[in-house]
Design a protein around this ligand. Structure first.
Ligand code: ADP
Ligand code: MG
Length: 264
């Protein structure tokens, strides 16, 4: 393993069985291998059903692979205590609504984040950290804290969840279709947030999306998935401007004209 490698995915295969009367096997992922460097945004791109979430969920330890393995810092993910692993690998989910309990105010997921930490700060310290974290991601704590989820927009919830992962400060953030629920203007802010996390916190991100343009904006390297397999991979610029695989060419051709790459 190279010194700057954070995560290695080796030959991951996931077969789902489905059906009641007659069971059929569905390929979720097939011999998927890649690695993510420290402080890198690695993108997994492909159409719906190509196996992106399957791979993400295996990395998050939410489902077990049929074969293959995932190594974090050179150690098999199952050799970690579950909580210790989730301190290092966190998710921001596609649907922010599913991460909130509508009976509690929006502070709860932030407060709960401290329970994952080894040395949990005092109540007063927690408050301070929550306020400063919200400010870090450009939110006004007074506008957010104490509100109930139904009083927040999808974009605000998504950013709250990013704030939550900031408190936990994982090595790897798995962002699965992170921006699919939010409007275009907030999307830019949220994507820039990921860039900032990478730059300032040296966090790695597994950015899962069906949208090649978003991958181009924020990604360092990219892997293109189709029917459970990676068909092409490489630095984002190379793959997008000089695609080799016919499927990648097809994907690139279907994207509206790309803009300049962002700078912070
Ligand atoms: P993506 O995230 O790229 O849309 P998924 O990983 O969700 O793709 O799905 C990959 C394939 O696995 C699809 O064919 C999907 O229908 C199938 N699949 C996903 N989850 C399950 C499940 N729990 N049971 C059966 N099949 C599943
Ligand atoms: Mg998915």
């Amino acid at each position: 393993m190279k010194k700057n490698t954070l995560l290695e995915v080796k030959n991951l295969t996931k077969l789902y069985t489905s059906g009641y009367v007659r069971t059929v096997e569905v390929i979720g992922a097939k011999k998927v291998s890649f690695d993510i460097k420290k402080g890198e945004i690695f993108c997994l791109v492909g159409e719906s059903g190509s196996g992106k979430t399957t791979v993400g969920n295996i990395i998050l330890r939410l489902i077990k692979p049929s074969s293959g393995k995932v190594l974090l810092n050179g150690k098999n993910l199952f050799s970690y205590d579950k909580l210790a692993y989730w301190r290092k690998v966190q998710a921001v989910f596609q649907d922010p609504y599913s991460s909130f309990n509508f009976f509690y105010n929006a502070d709860k997921p932030l407060n709960d984040a401290f329970d994952l930490l080894e040395n949990s700060p005092s109540k007063d310290e927690r408050k301070k950290i929550i306020r400063s974290t919200l400010e870090t991601i450009g939110m006004n704590p007074d506008e957010i804290l104490g509100r109930y989820p139904h009083q927040l927009s999808g974009g605000q919830m998504q950013r709250l969840l990013i704030a939550r992962s900031l408190i936990i400060h994982p090595n790897l953030l798995v962002a699965d279709e992170l921006t699919s629920m939010i409007d275009a203007s907030t999307r830019v802010a949220v994507l820039k947030e990921l860039l900032r996390l990478k730059k300032n916190e040296k966090m790695s991100v597994l950015f899962i999306t069906h949208d090649l343009a978003q991958a181009y904006f924020i990604g360092d390297r990219i892997a293109i998935m189709r029917k459970g397999e990676i068909v092409e991979r490489g630095p984002v610029e190379r793959v997008i401007f000089n695609p080799k695989h016919p499927y990648t060419k097809e994907l690139v051709a279907s994207v509206p004209p790309l803009h300049e790459k962002w700078e912070l």
